[in-house]
Design a protein around this ligand. Structure first.
Ligand code: GDP
Ligand code: MG
Length: 180
């Protein structure tokens, strides 16, 4: 699942990472913020690409992350096993202003478990932390769920960029630590 390439010219590592969570929690915008530094105020069901890649350097190695986004199929609870196949990392995202999306986290974790290896690097992401005035899930609740499930945790905002790079980079570094 982690492909290594030490021929010198190509990337040294390629990791697949999936983003999961209920519809409209901000999955697509987290990815576009991270990969292209873009944010869209309008929800688009499909952006037409399966994944985007982003490269970072760890210990002098070029590490390429291939980050997969759903095309809206989570609305119908129809994320396929192909989506999870080969994933070395996962972001499980909820919206801090909508409790129902936090209540779904357990189901997403179960689905991830069913479809992947036990060694997947996982982070729980409470997105839309810019919406403090209508917060529906406390930081403490997020933290304690993450602790109970053995996940990293971060609150992010794809809108104002808070912690977005940090969240992705934490997962990528953890995968790197798992395989190197
Ligand atoms: P997805 O269905 O999980 O991929 O969610 P989207 O990325 O399409 O976002 C759903 C809606 O939430 C869109 O209207 C976005 O503009 C909005 N959104 C996404 N991230 C944030 C955020 O961090 N803060 C705020 N305030 N809105 C966000
Ligand atoms: Mg989306």
């Amino acid at each position: 699942k982690a492909m290594s390439d030490d021929e010198g010219t190509g990337e040294d590592y390629l990791f697949k990472i999936v983003i999961i969570g209920d519809s409209a929690v901000g999955k697509s915008n987290l990815l576009s913020r991270y990969a292209r530094n873009e944010f869209s105020p309008h929800s688009k069901a499909t952006i037409g690409v399966e994944f985007q890649t982003q490269t970072m350097e760890i210990n002098g190695k070029e590490v390429k992350a291939q980050i997969w986004d759903t095309a809206g199929q989570e609305r119908f609870r129809a994320v396929t096993s192909a989506y999870y196949r080969g994933a070395a990392g996962a972001l499980i995202v909820y919206d801090i202003s909508r409790r129902t999306t936090f209540d779904s986290v357990g189901r997403w974790l179960d689905e991830l478990k069913t479809h992947s290896d036990t060694t997947v690097a996982r982070i729980l992401v409470g997105n839309k932390c810019d919406l403090e005035t209508i917060r529906d899930v406390s930081v403490e609740e997020g933290k304690s769920l993450a602790e109970a499930e053995g996940l990293f945790f971060m609150e992010t905002s794809a809108l104002d960029s808070t912690n977005v790079n940090k969240a992705f980079e934490l997962v990528i570094r953890e995968i790197y630590n798992n395989v190197s």
